[in-house]
Design a binder for this molecule. Structure first.
Ligand code: PEP
Length: 249
């Protein structure tokens, strides 16, 4: 039985006070759910406060990115160790906004994911095609290359500790969602690609869908056999919506 994960990526939204309010609303509104692991990824500046508020609750927390380097002269970067010191257990790597606006490549995402694993963090590795790639019928080629590139050098033991998020770029923040059938087809394809590394471990990887997941489409997406949860942007900033999505599991 694969783990179901509902993860919120808050992106560059919220001051520390707003983080406190959102976490307060999540804790007040949602009791423990044995069907899903719930994770929130606040901005780095808020992580320390988030850890104080979430410590001992059923909600885990993580970073939105991390450096592939241990430490040193990398202005603006955050290391795995820094995430660990605020109790983070997850880290998103290779989000399409990092790939698009910071030119992150599969090699870099691979290095980040490997270093996250070596540090004891669970990487949520994001992949997904752009609109023009889908329209040119290149989804499998693009996503397949991303999966093989970001998982390069991984062992079966590594695969058993990762999470993959399929996020079609054209569906992120646009209100356009892949239909459950479209998403399921890509999720099943991703699992087959990961099976080239290790078939048994690939079966157990939680593969999350991301891209305009909302309370009204979550249930149908999450009902698909290879959709093991969701990575949520916009709707994770509204406590009621995020809670409704968790309840849809
Ligand atoms: C995301 O950026 O990870 C995301 C899925 O955003 P949204 O839910 O807003 O489309």
């Amino acid at each position: 039985m694969r783990r179901v994960i509902i993860a919120g990526n808050w992106k560059m939204n919220g001051t520390i006070v707003e983080t406190e309010n959102l976490i307060g609303a999540l804790l007040a509104g949602e009791s423990e759910n044995d069907k899903a692991t719930v994770v929130v990824c606040p901005p780095f500046v808020s992580l320390s406060r988030a850890s104080e508020l979430l410590n001992g609750t059923h909600i885990a927390w993580g970073g939105q990115d991390m450096s592939e380097h241990v430490k040193g002269a990398y202005t603006g970067e955050i290391s795995a160790e820094m995430l660990l010191t605020v109790g983070a257990t997850y880290v998103i790597v290779g989000h399409s906004e990092r790939r698009q606006y910071h030119a992150e490549t599969d090699d870099l995402v691979n290095a980040k994911a490997k270093y996250a694993l070596a540090s004891g963090l669970i990487p949520i590795i994001c992949v997904g095609e752009m609109l023009e790639e889908r329209e040119a019928d290149r989804t499998e080629e693009v996503v397949g290359t991303q999966v093989m590139g970001t998982l390069s050098g991984f062992s079966a033991a590594d695969l058993s500790k990762i999470v993959i998020a399929y996020e079609p770029v054209w569906a992120i923040g646009t209100g356009k969602t892949a239909t459950p059938e479209m998403a399921e087809a890509v999720h099943s394809f991703i699992r087959k690609k990961a099976a080239a590394v290790d078939a048994a471990a690939a079966e157990e990887i939680p593969i999350l869908y991301g891209g305009s997941v909302k309370p009204d489409n979550a249930e149908r997406l999450l009902a698909q056999p290879n959709i093991d949860g969701a990575l949520i942007g916009g709707a994770s900033l509204k406590a009621d919506d995020f809670i409704a999505i968790i309840r849809a599991v």
